[in-house]
Structures are given as C-alpha cells and as structure tokens.
Design a protein around this ligand. Structure first.
Ligand code: ADP
Ligand code: MG
Length: 423
C-alpha cells in the first residue's frame, strides 16, 4: 500500500470517529433522558468530521489539497438538510481559503455550491428512500463531484492531475461513502429502536398498572365478598370470627395496594412541611403494633429524645414509606424476633436505621429492591419498596441496605437535616 492510500485511510478513520461519538452521545441522551438534546446537536458530528479531514489532509500539490472532505459534506447535506449544508459550505471554503493554494480555493468555490444546490433538492426526499437508493445517490454524487472537479481543473484552470492518483482517490471515496452511509443507517436504526423502546416502556407501565390494580384490588375484594356472604350462613360463632378476620385482612391488603399506588403516583398533592422525625416514627410504630403483635415481633426504639430533629417532606408519604419498610421487617421474621429502630444525627444528615432479625436477602434481591412488582412473597405486591425508594428520593435522601441471609437486614435511611431544636 502506498503512502497516499495510507494517509487517505487515516482520513477515513477521522470520518468514522465522529460517527462513533454520535452513537455514544445518543446512548447517553437515551440513558439520562436528555430531552433537551435535539436535532441541532447531531449536526456537530459532520462538522467535526469535515474540519478534522481538512486539518489533517493528504497534501500533494500546491493547488490540490487532497482529503475526504466530500464525504462528511455529502453526508451532512443529505441527512441534515440544507441549513447544515450551507454551514458546511461556509466552513469548507473558509478552511480552504486559509490553507492556501489559490486555484484549489477557486475550484472549491465553484464545486461546493454547485453540489450544495443539488443536495438542497435531494435532501427533501433522501430520508424517505430505501438504503440501496441512498447508497446509489451517494456514489453518484461522488462520481459527479469527481467529474466536475476534473472538468473545472483541466478546462478552466489548466491543471493536470495524475490519473493513477485520481483513481485511488476516487476508489477510496466511493468505498468511504458506501461504508459511511451504511453506518449512518445502522446508527439511525438503533436510534429508532431506542425511541420505540422508551415508548413501549411507557405503555407497559400503564398496562401493568391497570392490570395490577384490577388484579391486586379485585382479588382481595372478591375474597372478602365470599367470606361476608358465608357469615350469613348458619355457622358457629368461632367460624364467624375466623371468616370476619380473613375478610378484614383482605380488605387491609386492598387498602395497602391503593395507598402504595396513591403515594407513588403522587395523586395526593405534594404537601411539604417540617416534620419532627421522632414523632413520625412513633406514629408509624403505633400503627404497626397490631401487625407486630400478631407476628410475635418486639419493636425496640431508640429515638434520641434529648433533641428534636426536623426534616422537610410530605407527612403522609413519609409515613407510608416508613410503614412499608417496618412491615417488610416484621414480615421477614417468620418466628419471634426483634425489630430495632434507631434515629441518629450524622453530620448534616438524619439517619434512621431499621434492623430486623429476619430471613435476609441475597445480593440480587438487594439489587432489585425498589423495582416495581418485585416480590418473593406469595401474597406480596412488590410495590412497597418502590414507594419507599421514590419517597426518599423525592426528599433528596438515600437508602442503604445491608443484609445477611438467615441473620437479618438493615435499612439505613439518610435524609437531609432541616433543623433541630433542643427540647
Ligand atoms: P412485598 O412486601 O409486597 O413483597 P416490597 O416491595 O415491600 O413488596 O418488597 C419486595 C421484596 O423485597 C420482598 O418480597 C422481599 O423479598 C424483599 N424484602 C424487603 N424488605 C425485606 C426485609 N426486611 N427482609 C427480607 N427481605 C426483604
Ligand atoms: Mg412489603
């Protein structure tokens, strides 16, 4: 391979590099949901290619600066439309003017606008046609560019061009434009798939929501209805009490599901106020005592009562969040156990530690906490932790979980500290 082809190949790599950047930046946009990054931002990449190509050319003669600038130019014009085309023409002519060689500059002044005008008409239809037609148009344009340049250089400026060099240059440009169009199409197809994925994801959330509301609320209601119906039958008082208990439990389950959904979907308006952490914990603990007693769980509180710590948040949501974590702690202990609830102040944060002596979790389970519908329980909804995580996140806090299987789990909730007042 001779030196010129090598240099042209380097130029070719310069064209590919921004395409990879483009692919990566789109992934970043997708992952972080950067909706503000719109079409204009994609035009940076052909501009970058063009500038790099012209700054690292394969210089051969005084009048000719050989590089692959036509490829990003055609690509930008075809995919980006006429506005980008005009920007690319201006940049090309500017750089061409600064790099010297008068005749070459004049040739560019004729060829680029001429091809630019044809791009103006083609680009209107370009995005709608098939890939093979796109490649055909790309190759044809390269062909026309070469004929035009050759014609203008030899006929108007009386310049001679070495034919073998010309062939090499033409071949690599044709290969270049074909490869680059195919790559662009692959990248665009990826973009499309990702966009559709986001849409599908949203739709899935809605359909999942509808399905689980009807499933998780209707089931307990059906069960409750059945037991209430059986209450009217001629059965012993003991059986009636048992039926009534089951019916109540099922109703509670339906209420839990509805509460979780309401908290998560923020249907209840956000009502931020100054909350005294120990009061809130005490309130939730009081409401969960019946469940703990049923399960034989002892609740142990240490709340640092000599000072009052305040945080900012929505009272109902914060209570629901704590309730879900405490409930999980109680449910994790099949036999009697103790559930510790500590309240600390750590530097600028308030820390609430909730530790159980339950079955614990595997690393994978910890990782999946907070994911909607993730549950390992037969009667579980998999919504509780999703709610807790979203509430803590909305309060600018974090949750850290450490767990040992068979020993227990510790949830540490860190929340920004609002103020504290000595009692
Ligand atoms: P649910 O309680 O309805 O299953 P959650 O979202 O509250 O749904 O919890 C999801 C899963 O996380 C539970 O099914 C359980 O496997 C696990 N988990 C949560 N808290 C604990 C805990 N304290 N100990 C053991 N496993 C837990
Ligand atoms: Mg739960």
């Amino acid at each position: 391979m001779n030196l010129i082809t090598k240099d042209l190949l380097i130029n070719f790599l310069i064209i590919l590099f921004p395409l990879f950047l483009l692919q990566m930046s789109y992934l970043v946009k997708f992952v972080y949901r950067l909706d503000s990054l719109k079409g204009w931002f994609l035009s940076i990449f052909p501009i970058l290619s063009l500038v790099l190509c012209m700054l690292f050319p394969v210089v051969i003669e005084v009048d000719f600066v050989w590089d692959l600038r036509w490829i990003p130019f055609l690509l930008g014009g075809l995919y980006g439309g006429w506005r980008l085309g005009i920007i690319l023409i201006v940049i090309t002519l500017l750089i061409r003017f600064l790099t010297g060689g008068e005749n070459g500059f004049y040739i560019s002044c004729i060829t680029f606008p001429l091809i630019g005008i044809s791009l103006f008409f083609i680009s209107k239809y370009y995005l709608k046609i098939s890939v093979s037609k796109k490649i055909f148009i790309g190759v044809s344009l390269i062909f026309i560019v070469h004929i035009l340049t050759q014609f203008i250089s030899t006929q108007i400026f009386d310049l001679t061009i070495g034919i073998s060099l010309w062939k090499q240059y033409f071949t690599i440009q044709v290969i270049g434009i074909v490869v680059v169009i195919i790559l662009c199409e692959v990248i665009l197809a990826n973009f499309q798939v990702l966009d559709e994925l986001v849409k599908a994801e949203k739709l899935q959330v809605v359909s999942h929501l509808a399905a689980s509301i009807s499933h998780e609320v209707r089931n307990p209601l059906t069960v409750t209805r059945g037991y209430i119906q059986m209450l009217s039958e001629d059965v012993s008082t003991q059986t009636k009490v048992r039926y009534a208990n089951i019916a109540l439990k099922e109703l509670d389950r339906a209420t839990d599901v509805i509460n979780d959904y309401l908290t998560f979907a923020s249907i209840s308006p956000e009502n931020n106020e100054r909350l005294r952490v120990s009061d809130e914990i005490q309130h939730v603990v009081n409401s969960i005592i019946p469940l703990a007693n049923n399960n034989g769980t002892k609740l142990k509180l240490s709340l640092f009562e000599d000072e009052a710590y305040y945080i900012l948040g929505d009272r109902k949501k914060f209570q629901q969040c704590l309730f879900n974590i405490l409930k999980n702690g109680i449910e994790s202990m099949k036999h009697e156990g103790e559930l510790y609830i500590h309240l600390f102040q750590a530097a600028t944060k308030i820390q609430i530690k909730i530790q159980d002596q339950g079955i614990g979790m595997t690393q994978e389970q910890i990782y999946r906490l907070g994911e909607p519908y993730f549950t390992t329980k037969n009667q579980g909804t998999g919504l509780g932790m999703m709610v807790s995580y979203s509430v803590i996140k909305s309060m600018d806090g974090t949750i850290h979980v450490s767990s040992v299987q068979g020993k227990g789990t510790c949830f540490s909730i860190n929340l920004p500290f609002h103020s504290h007042e000595p009692i």
